[in-house]
Write a protein of this length. Sequence first.
Length: 287
Amino acid sequence: MAEQDLMPAAFLGHGNPMNALAVNRYTAAWRSLGDSVPRPRAILVISAHWYINASAVTVMPRPRTIHDFYGFPPELFAVDYPAPGLPELAEEVSDAVHPTWVGADVDSWGIDHGTWSVLLHAFPDASIPVVQLSINAEKPLDYHLELGARLAALRRRGVLVIGSGNVVHNLSAMSWELADDGYAWARRFSDQSRERMLTAPTEFAALDGHPDFPAAVPTPDHFIPALYFAGLAGADPDPKLDVLVDGYAYGSLSMTAYTLGATCPATSGGDGVPQPPADLPPDASNI
């Protein structure tokens, strides 16, 4: 990849952790992304599941695989994604987002399931260095949009930036009977967010004024990774934005995924999202 080329970027709706073990149209789309992009020097992931009171990057040379959920089958806890880290990327991230301060996490985190559940499909050999950037829970939506725009410099250095979350993510409203469908309010909000992402990504944070925002985004952790992607798109002078895959899960999750500057082959339909394990806790607060 030439210095002047821009590495693609992506936002992936990751949904149920069981997608890590599934073969369906979402996991097929993630695999097509990995197959179509130039080999990254490193992958920087903003995952909904590292939601803390600071902005920080992982700097350990061998990040651990974190199983940050409960109530799932042993096969999911047995998953290991042994990708190396890239400690020197922390300085590049810090330079890119200056004057915003970004800390270095040497041992508290690693690779959580918001990251490895999608990378298992996109880059199954786990040979590319993976670094995570935390979500600062104390900052407003515009902060994350602007930070995403500043990360654009990394695209010229061979870094694939991925946001992993769900634009619509309301666990308290989930219905197992709607395994591959969405409530009307989820569809309305997802439709509006798609139009905004594809036509005016710099205004993506203004979706908090949409009447369905409180139902679609009761907590911002899964929505914010899309803001980083929108910031990257807004910073691109000629953004080539596409919907990688679209759909719903359990009524209240949007599985929409986007790409920036990628040309992914069409993916075939699959079996939809997997059914939850029988012992999944009723509040499903671990996905």
